[in-house]
Design a protein around this ligand. Structure first.
Ligand code: AMP
Ligand code: ZN
Length: 119
């Protein structure tokens, strides 16, 4: 990968590169899936692009295929985790009001129990 596509201080870049060990559930040349360190649901995984994209709001048009692939991978991992039939949620927090704290684009894949929706 082009070095400009990584941020040396980014924790998720370090997980994607293996510099910080994590129990990866899926990886390919574009996408990595690993457990959220602070799970809010019985299944709580993070789906990230290897490319360092800071947030949904900052994605470029050229990133559209990778976000589509993240969704496909999330669906596959949800099936493997046995939560596909009962249901699951994919969430992308973008920016401060949404509570984004890690500025490397990620999807939360959550399931394994009924998830409240209204806040
Ligand atoms: P967000 O609020 O959408 O930016 O979510 C960031 C998520 O990353 C939180 O749910 C954290 O629990 C999770 N997280 C932070 N550091 C790590 C880490 N080293 N490994 C796995 N998950 C992490
Ligand atoms: Zn990063």
């Amino acid at each position: 990968m082009n070095p400009e596509e990584k941020d040396t201080d980014c924790i998720f870049c370090k997980i994607a590169s293996g510099e910080i060990p994590s129990a990866l559930l899926y990886e390919d040349e574009d996408v990595v899936v690993f457990p959220d360190i602070n799970p809010l649901t019985p299944v709580h995984l993070l789906v990230i692009p290897r490319k360092h994209i800071t947030s949904l709001a900052d994605m470029a048009d050229e990133d559209t295929p990778i976000v589509g692939k993240m969704t496909r991978v999330a669906n596959q991992v949800a099936r493997e985790q046995g939560i596909s039939e009962n249901g699951y949620r994919l969430t992308i927090n973008s920016g401060a009001d949404a509570g984004q704290v890690v500025f490397h684009l990620h999807m939360h894949l959550m399931g394994g129990r009924h998830l409240a929706w209204k806040h």
